[in-house]
Write a protein that binds this ligand. Structure first.
Ligand code: PEP
Length: 255
């Protein structure tokens, strides 16, 4: 399985000028770089999706940062999986901790979105992870078990190959605090175990498990050195193409 490097651009790139500048730098950085079989995915705000798709080469896949679970109709302000697919998205981030925090997204809603994304032929990147309090009270294992099991309810075995899981401890996202490589591997082993128990080894092995939370080009080597690591979800640093592509280069050369 090749490594997956996902950039979550969050609520940034406020104008077409900023977007053009980003493209210019991104194209300059990626051109001629040897990234092996690393898959690069950029997730811009909805408003930029179509232009990202048209502007960036096939080498860069496009993802959204969220979606609604209904397919179409009277849902003011929402975007469906079918719309994302029709406008060129391959991936969609679901259950990001910022959505859980600011929009009160719960595990049931995450599950509805995952099911709907799979139905629309999108690859959901399901974000799970414990808060600082949950970590301090030794609830990490129970929290991520509950989040993942619920998120995957109703997903059939053959569809599992479209699923990506991102372990993003909430206390590490946007903070510059990171877990140890050992803690990340512990979470990864647990996630794989839940997948194997739920779907069988053959299917479970196909699911990439990413780490996300304050990764930059200086920390990525220590955090994700393990060849078992399937990739990375990068937030703020993906806004700086030089840094983002450097992270991808390090990951693609890590085994
Ligand atoms: C994220 O938003 O998924 C993320 C990992 O953010 P950051 O890298 O900025 O911590």
């Amino acid at each position: 399985m090749g490594k997956l490097v996902v950039g979550n651009l969050k609520m940034n790139l406020l104008s077409s000028d900023e977007r053009e500048k980003y493209f210019e730098l991104f194209k300059k950085e990626i051109s001629g770089k040897r990234l092996g079989d690393c898959e690069i995915v950029l997730c811009p705000p909805f408003i930029h999706l179509e232009v990202f798709k048209k502007t960036l080469s096939k080498r860069t896949k496009i993802g959204a940062q969220n979606m609604f679970w209904e397919g179409s109709g009277s849902y003011t302000g929402e975007i469906s999986g079918a719309m994302l697919k029709n406008f060129g998205c391959d991936y969609v981030i679901i259950g990001h901790s910022e959505r859980r925090k600011y929009f009160c997204e719960n595990n049931e809603e995450v599950n509805l979105k995952v099911q709907s994304a799979v139905k629309a032929d999108l690859k959901p990147i399901i974000c799970i992870g414990e808060t600082r309090i949950e970590k301090e009270t030794q609830q990490m294992l129970s929290v991520i078990t509950k989040q993942l099991k619920k998120a995957l309810e109703g997903v059939t075995r053959p569809k599992l190959e479209n699923i990506v899981v991102a372990y993003e401890p909430v206390w590490a996202v946007g903070t510059d605090i990171t877990p140890t490589a050992h803690e990340i591997m512990e979470a990864k082993v647990l996630i794989r175990k839940i997948l194997v128990e739920g779907f069988g080894k053959k299917y479970a092995e196909k699911v990439p498990i990413l780490y996300g939370g304050s990764v930059n080009s200086r920390t990525v080597k220590n955090l994700c050195n393990d060849p078992e690591m399937d990739g990375i979800l990068v937030g703020r640093e993906s806004l700086v193409p030089h840094e983002f592509i450097k992270i991808a280069e390090i990951i693609s050369n890590s085994n």
